[in-house]
Ligand binder design. Structure first.
Ligand code: FMN
Length: 164
């Protein structure tokens, strides 16, 4: 197989596409589309999200010290794209798109009810890597649609038609 040099930016693919939801100082809820997201510790369970400092959500996560990672299925593409192309600085995106939310159980942030899995995280560290600040979140609670969870608590990820 011949090889040739390719572009370096976002060269690790495929990656999950998630919606990160968070809450501001005045109790306002917001969410954005995120592709810089991964598991980063098995024990204790931790995930990491990369947020550009110019995002409205950035200061919310910085101030509140928490966020929710919502996994996204294909039937939620319209909302995912809207949250990824408009800013909470200009409007209440969640209200505009009629996004159904509920209170997280362990942190001060909303979970998105129509996403199949919602991962509540507390920020335990962060590192500015370049364009993004990577927030390391300790997983405090995982919600999943009941039909996805077996009797051992494991999620059947193969049953979700993830957005790609
Ligand atoms: C597919 C996709 C992936 C994205 N990934 C990220 C990301 O990993 N980190 C980030 O800060 N912004 C990412 N964005 C951009 C934000 O979602 C977008 O700028 C959003 O409008 C910010 O909203 P906010 O200002 O309300 O926080 C992505 C957008 C799309 C469409």
């Amino acid at each position: 197989m011949d090889k040739k040099q390719a572009n370096s930016k976002s060269c690790l693919q495929p990656v999950p596409k998630v919606i990160v939801s968070c809450r501001g100082k005045n109790g306002e809820d917001n969410a954005l589309a995120v592709a810089y997201c991964c598991n980063c510790s098995y024990d204790p369970p931790m995930v990491m999200v990369g947020i550009v400092p110019s995002r409205h959500s950035y200061s919310m996560i910085k101030d509140s010290g928490c966020f929710v990672v919502n996994l996204v299925s294909k039937d939620y593409s319209e909302i995912f794209n809207y949250l990824g192309s408009h800013s909470g600085r200009d409007e209440n995106k969640l209200a505009k798109m009629n996004v159904k939310t509920a209170e997280a159980l362990k942190i001060n942030a909303p979970i998105l009810l129509d996403c199949p899995v919602n991962i509540e995280c507390k920020v335990v560290d962060s590192i500015v890597t370049g364009s993004h600040e990577m927030f390391v979140g300790k997983v405090e609670y995982v919600h999943a649609d009941a039909q996805l969870v077996n009797d051992k608590g494991n999620i059947d990820f193969s049953a979700v038609n993830f957005i790609s």
